[in-house]
Structures are given as structure tokens and as C-alpha cells.
Ligand binder design. Structure first.
Ligand code: FAD
Length: 302
């Protein structure tokens, strides 16, 4: 089994998610080679063949040219699977590569299953298992679902596009400034669906302020319109790494964990002692948050 990993480079920097591809390949027990459109000055810590295109020539983001380059590398390496991160880069490029080769594509893998892959469905409430039927397959993995693995020095093999592109990459535009920058917060107290109703956001916000921190939220709380999206933590929200992360009524879905698991110290308050967040929390308080949170706020505020 051989996996061709498609690394990512943005605004002159190698993205850490590149190493999650290595973790995925390790779990798969696959030999690896890597393609990266980047720079000689920012090589990944990866011990294997690295097919390196120059981002100054091919553009950091040009799905048309990058597809051509990846197809060239596939021709040389003859992998069994081509693996992208399920990012804006991967979800644009992977289907183009799969369609060009007329092979199976599996998107947003969260785990390996017996000979196949698990992907989320029904808003991540369930998982389904799929197995590609073609000899070569194109895969994308969910950010944060696989462990980071790095090490070694690459054997660099330069690659260059031979045809012109129909697209030109003109640059990135910064997002609108947010009312809160959770990435800078040292303490985050997060409201999960377990808070039950919008009126209870105030309980969590008050504790956050008493601890000198910011309010975070899980996606259902944002989707329900109880809290602004700028407070959402997770794959479709912000990635945070505060000193203290206090999750109240959050179950610990993989998309939430991906955004906060690098926090220094994690406390979870959940009435279910088996809630998955307990697996990564340093402390799991098994309690009704409607009783525990006001009591803790009163102690802190004293
Ligand atoms: C493509 C995609 C992207 C996603 N992106 C994100 C994302 O960025 N961020 C995110 O958070 N989710 C995201 N999700 C959704 C994610 O899969 C989960 O559905 C979500 O994280 C669950 O939120 P929750 O933990 O608040 O709610 P639930 O899973 O409903 O958990 C609620 C928890 O509260 C506990 N509880 C209930 N009442 C109380 C009480 N009184 N006291 C204490 N505990 C109580 C329950 O035991 C339960 O564990 C995404 C999903 C998809 C498909």
C-alpha cells in the first residue's frame, strides 16, 4: 500500500495539517511520498520522496495547475491512494484529480474501518463506512481526526507544470475582523447544547467574565442563533489553545475537539459520565451545569 500525501502551504508557510496526513498514512500502514507546492525554504519534516513544485511559479492556490502537477506525480509514484486534508484546498482539488482519473473519491474521513473508511453523516450524528472499489482512490481526511506525525528529511524531487493554467491566483483577502478573538484568549468557557436554551448563555458568559476569559460556543448553540458565529470553536469555527478551556454541556464531537484539544488544561462539565469529552478532559465534572456553573461563578467572584 502506497499513499501520495498532498501537503499544504499557505502565505509562505507549511500548514501543520500536512503532518496529519502522515499520521493517517501511518495508521493505514502505508508507504508514503508527498507532493507540495511550496518552497525550498520551508521543507516539511518528512522522510521520503517530496515532489516539490515552486509556489512562486505555480501559485499557492491554483487547482488547475496543481491538478496537472499531482497527475504527473501519480504517474511516477503509482500510489494506491492520494490523500488531501479536507480543507478549502483539498475539497476543491481532490474531486478534480478523482474525476480526471475516473477513480473513487471518499471525502472527510474521520477513522479507518475494516478495509474501508468511516465518514460522518446526518450532521455527524452517525457514521457510515465506505470502501473504494477502484484500485486507486482519492481521499480527504477531516482536520484534527488523525494524530500529527513528523520526522525525517525529504528527498526533494522538483516538479514543474508543462501546460498553461486557465486560472490565475491573485491572493488572499483577510476575513472581516471579529468581535472576539478566541485565539488570543487565555481562558475560554464554552456553552454547548446542554445549556438547554438561549437564556442560559448568560450563566456561561458570567462565569467566563468572572475567570477573566471569553465565551466560546459549540456549533448547535451558534446554529440555534443563541451565540454569534465568531464564538464558535471547532472545524467550522475557531481553533483555540487557551491555558484553561471549560466546556459546559459539550459532548465532545470530533469537529469540536479539533478546535480545542490543544488547550493546556481542559475541564468539562457534563451530566453524562460517559460523554466523549471525558476522554480528552483533564477533569470531568459529572454534574448538572445549571447547578454547577452558578455555584462555581459565586466561588470565583468571591
Ligand atoms: C462539517 C461539520 C462541521 C462541524 N463543525 C463544528 C464546529 O466547528 N464546532 C462544533 O462544536 N461542532 C461542529 N459540528 C457539529 C458536531 O458534529 C456536533 O454536532 C456538535 O459539536 C455537538 O455540539 P454539543 O456538544 O454542544 O451538543 P450535543 O452533542 O448535543 O451534546 C450536548 C451535551 O450536553 C450534555 N448535557 C445536557 N444537559 C446537560 C446539563 N444540564 N448539564 C450538563 N451537561 C448536560 C449532554 O450529556 C451532552 O453530552 C460540525 C459538524 C459537521 C458535520
Amino acid at each position: 500500500m502506497k499513499a501520495l500525501l498532498i501537503g499544504e502551504y499557505r502565505e509562505g508557510k507549511l500548514l501543520d495539517a500536512t503532518y496529519e496526513l502522515c499520521g493517517f498514512a501511518e495508521q493505514l500502514g502505508a508507504e508514503t511520498a508527498m507532493f507540495l507546492c511550496g518552497s525550498q525554504n520551508q521543507l516539511p519534516a518528512f522522510g521520503g520522496n517530496l515532489y516539490l513544485a515552486d509556489a512562486a511559479v505555480a501559485g499557492e492556490y491554483n487547482p488547475d495547475l496543481h491538478k496537472q502537477l499531482i497527475l504527473q506525480v501519480i504517474e511516477q509514484e503509482k500510489p494506491d491512494c492520494v490523500v488531501f486534508v479536507h480543507s478549502s484546498y483539498g475539497w476543491d482539488l481532490a474531486p478534480r484529480v478523482a474525476a480526471s482519473l475516473k477513480v473513487a473519491q471518499v471525502s472527510e474521513i474521520i477513522a479507518l474501518a475494516d478495509g474501508g473508511f468511516e465518514v460522518g453523516c446526518l450532521n455527524a450524528k452517525m457514521r457510515r463506512t465506505v470502501k473504494p472499489k477502484t484500485a486507486l482512490s482519492v481521499l480527504t481526511i477531516q482536520a484534527g481526526a488523525f494524530a500529527v506525525k513528523q520526522g525525517g528529511a525529504p528527498q526533494v524531487k522538483p516538479v514543474a507544470a508543462t501546460a498553461d493554467s486557465k486560472l490565475q491566483f491573485s491572493g488572499y483577502e483577510p476575513a472581516e475582523p471579529k468581535d472576539v478573538d478566541l485565539a488570543k484568549a487565555e481562558v475560554i468557557v464554552t456553552a454547548g447544547r446542554g445549556i438547554g436554551k438561549k437564556e442560559n448563555v448568560a450563566l456561561i458568559h458570567t462565569l467566563a467574565k468572572a475567570l477573566g476569559g471569553e465565551l466560546g460556543a459549540s456549533r448547535p448553540v451558534v446554529d440555534a442563533g443563541w451565540v454569534e458565529h465568531s464564538h464558535q470553536v471547532g472545524t467550522t469555527g475557531q481553533t483555540v489553545s487557551p491555558k484553561l478551556y471549560l466546556a459546559c454541556g459539550v459532548s465532545g464531537a470530533i469537529q469540536h475537539l479539533a478546535g480545542m484539544k490543544k488547550s493546556d488544561f481542559i475541564i468539562a462539565v457534563n451530566k453524562d459520565k460517559d460523554a466523549p469529552i471525558g476522554e480528552i478532559a483533564d477533569v470531568l465534572v459529572v454534574a448538572d451545569l445549571l447547578q454547577f456553573v452558578p455555584a462555581l461563578t459565586a466561588k470565583v467572584a468571591r
